[in-house]
Design a protein around this ligand. Structure first.
Ligand code: IPM
Ligand code: MN
Length: 355
C-alpha cells in the first residue's frame, strides 16, 4: 500500500505530520513517500505541481494531502498559483467524486453558531462533482467584447459545462452512498436558469430509476443554501456540481462547529483517491503549532476505508478521535470553557495514545 504524502503550505506540514504519526502507529504495511506541492513546490521547482510530485501521486494507491496556498502568491500568474496543484491533481488523477461529510460530534455541539437542537446528531454527506463544470469548462479567457451590454470593453468569460456521462457517474456514486446511509438523495442545481442544471436534473431522475430503494428530491441551490442553516438534519446525501458543491460544502462545514474537524475524499473510478482536510492552509496560524490536526487524521481514516480496504483500521482512528474529544482535549478552534486546550502535536499524540 503506497501513499504519496503531500503536506503543501501553511499549516499543511504541521497537520499532515500528525496524521502520519497516527498511520505509523497502526502497524500496517504502509509505504509513505513525501513530495512538495503548492507554493513551496513553486519556490523550489518553479511549478506548484512538479512532474515528480504528479508521478508519485499517480503511482500511489492514495494521496494524503495537507493544504496549499498563501496570500504571498496572489500576484502570480494563474498557472503558477498554489491552487493549480490541487486542480491539476484532481484533473490528472480523474478524481471526479468528492465526499465531504459534515458530522457534528456530540462534544462539539456548543461550538457551532447554530442552535444546538438544529445540529445535534447532524450527519450529512455532500457529494461534489469535482472535475467538470465552470472550474474546467473551455473556453475561458479575456477578450474585447463585440456584443453584450458594453461592446468594445474588456470582458472575461468562463464556461459552465456538463456532459451526460459526467453526470451519470456522479449520480451513481451518490445513489450508492445513500444506499449505505439513510437512502435519501437531494440533488442540487439551478435548473430554473441554467441548461447544465436542466441536464443535471434530467440525468439524476433517469439514474434514480435504477435505485428504487433511494428517495430522490431536487432543490435549487439558493434554497439549498437556506435549508442548510434552517433545517440541516433534513438532508442525508446532497449531490451537486463542482461550483455549487464548493460553496455549499463550506457552508455545511460550519454547521459542525469547526471546519478543522472535517475530512474529505476525492475518488476516481478505480478508487484511487486523494484525502485532505476540508479546510485550507490557514497562513495566519501557520507555524504556531495550534492548528487542529483532526480533519487530516480523519481524512487518513477515509483513505484506509476507501482506497486501502482497511475498514478496521479506519474505525480505530475514528474511535480514537471520539475518545480524545470525550477526554476534553481541544485545539484553539474548538476550545470552549471547561475543556483542555492542546497544541497540534499534543492532539496528534493523544490520538495515537487513544488508538
Ligand atoms: C476546495 C478549495 C478549492 C476549490 C480551491 C483551493 C481551488 O476551495 O477544495 O474546496 O475551489 O475546489
Ligand atoms: Mn472550497
Amino acid at each position: 500500500m503506497k501513499i504519496a504524502v503531500l503536506p503543501g503550505d501553511g499549516i499543511g506540514t504541521e497537520i499532515v505530520a500528525e496524521a502520519v504519526k497516527v498511520l505509523n502507529a497502526l502497524d500496517l504495511k504502509l509505504e509513505m513517500e513525501t513530495a512538495l506541492v503548492g507554493g513551496c513546490a513553486y519556490e523550489a521547482h518553479g511549478h506548484p505541481l512538479p512532474e515528480a510530485t504528479l508521478k508519485l501521486a499517480k503511482e500511489a494507491d492514495a494521496v494524503l494531502f495537507g493544504a496549499v496556498g498563501d496570500w504571498k502568491y496572489d500576484k502570480l500568474e494563474r498557472q503558477f498559483r498554489p491552487e493549480q496543484a490541487i486542480l491539476g491533481l484532481r484533473k490528472n488523477l480523474g478524481l471526479f467524486a468528492n465526499f465531504r461529510p459534515a458530522i457534528c460530534y456530540e462534544q462539539l455541539v456548543g461550538a457551532s453558531s447554530l442552535k444546538p437542537e438544529l445540529i445535534a446528531g447532524l450527519d450529512i454527506l455532500i457529494i461534489r462533482e469535482l472535475t467538470g463544470d465552470i472550474y474546467f469548462g473551455q473556453p475561458r479567457g479575456r477578450r474585447i467584447a463585440t456584443d453584450g451590454h458594453f461592446p468594445g470593453a474588456e470582458e472575461a468569460f468562463d464556461t459552465m459545462r456538463y456532459s451526460r456521462p459526467e453526470i451519470e457517474r456522479i449520480a451513481h456514486v451518490a445513489f450508492q452512498a445513500a444506499q449505505k446511509r439513510n437512502k435519501r438523495v437531494t440533488s442540487v442545481d439551478k435548473n430554473n436558469v441554467l441548461e447544465t442544471s436542466q441536464l443535471w436534473k434530467d440525468v439524476m431522475v433517469e439514474v434514480g430509476q435504477q435505485y428504487p430503494d433511494v428517495e430522490l428530491d431536487h432543490m435549487l441551490v439558493d434554497n439549498a443554501a437556506m435549508q442548510l442553516v434552517k433545517a440541516p438534519k433534513k438532508f442525508d446525501v446532497l449531490v451537486t456540481g463542482n461550483m455549487f458543491g464548493d460553496i455549499l460544502s463550506d457552508e455545511a462545514s460550519m454547521l459542525t462547529g469547526s471546519i478543522g474537524m472535517l475530512p474529505s475524499a476525492s475518488l476516481n473510478s478505480s478508487n484511487q483517491g486523494l484525502y485532505e482536510p476540508s479546510h485550507g492552509s490557514a497562513p495566519d496560524i501557520a507555524g504556531k503549532g495550534i492548528a487542529n490536526p483532526l480533519a487530516t487524521i480523519l481524512s487518513a481514516a477515509m483513505m484506509l476505508r476507501f482506497s486501502l480496504n482497511q475498514e478496521v483500521a479506519a474505525q480505530r482512528i475514528e474511535a480514537a478521535v471520539k475518545k480524545v474529544l470525550e477526554q476534553g482535549l481541544r485545539t484553539a478552534d474548538i476550545y470552549s470553557e471547561g475543556t483542555t486546550r492542546v497544541s497540534t502535536i499534543e492532539m496528534g499524540a493523544a490520538v495515537v495514545k487513544a488508538l
